[in-house]
Design a binder for this molecule. Structure first.
Ligand SMILES: Nc1ncnc2c1ncn2[C@@H]1O[C@H](COP(=O)(O)OP(=O)(O)OP(=O)(O)O)[C@@H](O)[C@H]1O
Length: 601
């Protein structure tokens, strides 16, 4: 229940609404509690005494009380709903900001569907609790205490008899809560799994159809859907059993009142009006007691959801600004790796880097003792077999992950000593798998610099060889792309991504020079754009093209996480057998071509 209490702290900015709702609720409860007394007077002093005057006045009073109760019920409901909507709004925003800021290592492990469930369904559960559950709980408490108090004051013997049923009801509710709590946890889990499957299928619908795996995916979704249905049905079964049971126990109380109260009326110890009032209190008491079962179910469900929300909000971000981190000043662009060791999920914990004497420990590392220096403006080509650690090296420069041992420095400054924002603002990234957002072409190019002028956006697009095809789009730079807009080809997307990076004018650039699945003309244009982009910037290229490798100032040859050779193309050809092998296998016999060219030259 602690997370639920914590979720109430989100109500603080809306305390006026909450107080208003609470006061309204109290007044409505008072109106409820006064009603049986007016009823008693109406029967005893109006009907029994044949006093029409009292009858009219007391009936009018009943109507007046009903109106007051209605009005305050409305304001309490309205204000608490309003506050709950505001809380949900804040929770969603807070969660979104948190999830967006969480480092890559968290997103490696997290499932998108589960996160989406937390930000939608779980927030809604907490909202329902704050908007209705909490109010109903307070209302129930006020009515239960008020009714019991009034009954004890009116006739304590009869009251005690009736109250014997209360512990029974409370016991049933307690048992019920214990049963449903794990069920609600399971429901949210299964909803998350279902959403994950849905999200994966929507994102990968083309792959699914290409492999004709629709029946399999349908079955998978159906199975998860069935599991959710089962969990929901199980909780409904528990609820359906509980409420009639509580109702039955409540009816036993009514029976006791009629039976023993009837005797007392006959014996003259009780008036009919008192009996009716007593019975009305009992009805007023049974309602919230019954509701308590439902409210408790809702609270239990909200508590589970609140826990899932705070689980995300409390995640410690592995990559974050150190206390006292300063902004990275404008850089020249020298990048150095100093004895860098890195393993996914390996925490440094104050241990020293492996020293070669513990080969087993070394296995946990993806990068092993990597050192190199890229001078400002140089192009660094990273080469290695698949899984050698090429992408891992580039992930460490913008601090998508932090090194386990050693340092990565820019112009001699450890990247962990500067703020993430200032660091990433000076690094441009263009990868093969381009992500564009729904919006206009212009917005996508200006993504990293929304304040850029039209002329700047256009200049970037020209340099990226994108201007021409953009002008051919229906609305030029204002054409909407993405979900609801026009589709772009892979080569076009890539050039927009290059323009996006150009506009930021970063000193350091990370890119993938692959231009797969485009025609020769487009490939030529992309290469031209990339060359423009790399001019004068320190560039790290996961090289897929021999021309990039040959032009690079520094080639890092990676093998199983170690830099086994570094230097220029010519130097490595002369010294490294592995280099020759990779050039042969990845770029197919180009070595001979190069050698021939050199001989001829
Ligand atoms: N997010 C991650 N979590 C855990 N392990 C990872 C992660 N990313 C990569 N790895 C592992 O690290 C190793 C190096 O991966 P990396 O992506 O750096 O290789 P690469 O040289 O870029 O490969 P490729 O050429 O196939 O893209 C691989 O064994 C991979 O399984």
């Amino acid at each position: 229940m602690i997370p639920l209490r914590r979720s109430l702290t989100f109500l603080k900015p809306y305390w006026r609404l909450s107080v208003g709702a609470f006061i309204s609720l109290t007044l409505a409860a008072v109106a409820n509690l006064v009603t049986p007394q007016v009823l008693r007077m109406l029967i005893d002093q109006g009907i029994a005494e044949r006093n029409t005057n009292a009858l009219v006045w007391l009936a009018a009073a009943l109507v007046g009380i009903a109106l007051v109760r209605g009005m305050f019920s409305f304001t309490s409901g309205f204000w608490s709903e309003k506050a709950s909507q505001a809380v949900a709004y804040d929770l969603r925003n807070t969660l979104f900001a948190k999830i967006q800021g969480l480092s890559f290592s968290y997103h490696d492990r997290a499932q998108t569907g589960q996160l989406m469930t937390r930000i939608t369904s779980d927030v809604e559960q907490v909202r329902t609790f704050i908007g209705m559950g909490l109010l109903q709980l307070l209302n129930a408490a006020a009515l239960i205490i008020g009714c019991i108090g009034a009954m004890l004051l009116m006739n304590w013997q009869l009251a005690l008899l009736v109250l014997l049923t209360v512990p029974l009801m409370v016991g049933v509710i307690g048992f019920f809560m214990n049963v449903v709590r794990p069920l609600f946890d399971q429901i949210q889990q299964r909803l998350g799994a279902l959403n994950t499957a849905l999200q994966e299928n929507l994102a990968g619908v083309r792959v699914v159809q290409a492999f004709a795996r629709e029946p399999y995916e349908w079955q998978r979704y159906n199975r998860l859907n069935q599991r959710l249905l089962d969990a929901n049905l199980q909780s409904i079964r528990a609820m359906s059993l509980t409420f009639p049971l509580i109702f039955f126990i409540g009816n036993l109380g009514t029976l006791a009142v009629i039976w023993f109260g009837g005797y007392q009326v006959i014996g003259g110890a009780l008036t009919i009006g008192e009996l009716v009032a007593f019975n009305t209190y009992l009805a007023l008491l049974i309602m919230p007691l019954m509701m308590l079962g439902m409210i408790m179910a809702q609270i239990t469900r909200a508590a589970v959801s609140a826990e899932r929300i705070f689980e995300v909000l409390d995640v410690e971000n592995e990559v974050h600004d150190r206390p006292g981190a300063r902004p990275l000043p404008p850089i020249k662009g020298q990048v150095a790796f100093e004895r860098v060791w890195f393993g996914y999920g390996v925490r440094a914990d104050g241990h020293a880097a492996p020293d070669g004497r513990h080969p087993i420990r070394e296995e946990k590392y993806i990068l092993k003792d990597v050192s190199f220096v890229a001078e400002p403006g140089q192009t660094v080509a990273i080469l290695g077999k698949t899984g050698a650690g090429k992408s891992t090296i580039i992930n460490l420069i913008p601090r998508f992950y932090d090194v386990t041992h050693g340092r990565v420095t820019i112009d001699g400054i450890d990247v962990r000593d500067v703020t993430l924002e200032s660091l990433r603002a000076q690094i441009g990234i263009v990868l093969q798998d381009t992500t564009l957002f729904s919006g206009s072409v212009r917005e996508n190019i200006a993504y990293g610099r929304p304040d850029a002028s039209d002329a700047e956006v256009e200049a970037a697009a020209c340099a990226a060889q994108a201007h021409e095809f953009i002008m051919a789009l229906p609305n030029g730079y204002h054409t909407i792309i993405g979900e609801r807009g026009v589709g772009l080809s892979g080569g076009q997307k890539q050039r927009i991504a290059i323009a996006r990076a150009l506009l930021r004018d970063p000193r350091i650039l990370i890119l993938d020079d692959s231009t797969s699945s485009v025609d020769a003309e487009t490939e030529y244009q992309i290469q031209l754009a990339l060359e423009r982009l790399m001019e004068g910037r320190t560039s790290f290229v996961i090289a897929q093209r021999i021309s990039t490798v040959r032009r690079a100032d520094l080639i890092l040859l990676l093998d199983n996480g170690r830099v086994v050779a570094q230097g220029t193309h010519e130097a490595l050809l002369a010294t490294s057998a592995l280099y020759g092998e990779i050039i042969d296998s990845q770029f197919g016999g180009v070595r001979e071509e190069v050698e021939t060219a050199e001989v001829e030259g």
